[in-house]
Design a protein around this ligand. Sequence first.
Ligand code: NI
Length: 275
Amino acid sequence: MKSSLLIITALAVSLSVAGCGKKENAAEPTPNLTPVAAAEKLDPARPDSTLAKPAVAAQPISTEPVFQARGNRDVIYSVSSKGKKVALTFDDGPDNKYTARILDILKEQGVPATFFLVGKHVQQYPQMVKRISQEGHAIGNHSWDHANLARMSPADVQGEITKTDEAIKSLTGEAPVLFRAPYGAISQEVVNDAIASGHQLIGWSVDTMDWDGKSPATILTTLKKELKPGAIVLQHSAGGKGGNLANTVEALPQLIAYLKKEGYQFVTVTDLIKS
Ligand code: NI
């Protein structure tokens, strides 16, 4: 874990980047920086909807902008280092409905993706976890019950991460290295806990807001607008407003066709980081 972080740092340092270490300033564009990742919105239908807004703690501006323009320097939002690569990610699963349909499309299109799974759903749908793994996709930890970790005690955060790792490992034989906080809500404590338990923190640079019931056309428009080489695209494979992700499924073949036409290579987040 340590060594891969060092590799990332070395990669970041080896690439020439404008605006390195500068404070963000709207009047002073820094075109080589990756887009600022919007915090994952809280779904009003979700149990922790009482939160007024995502609890992303203020963090110092990164000095390693190959991976991010701002936010926490320990979180990878995109990797704009080499070539036209894109990582599709699907959060909050598995379930036994949309996850299967998404897997069918990915298989048909020969596209690898990354699934950030919620531990209690892993326990509920073990066969789907095995299928995700067997079909060559990467699996990341997305907490045990999609809690806002930034508001939990360090011990509880550790419990959320460890229990989910163990559930995934018991099915795939491998504990996930990738970790994405629910809602993107992190505190320095969450970052420290995730890193101490051997994880890489993953954010996103394209947020299609698919969970909110956006139309396939809007999902595609958002992708086109926010896409850059090395992008990490956030979508969902379970949940959604009213438990409906039909638009995510409908948009996916169009989204893949667009990316292929634009010459993008699909990679897992694991491979994107290595690239
Ligand atoms: Ni989520």
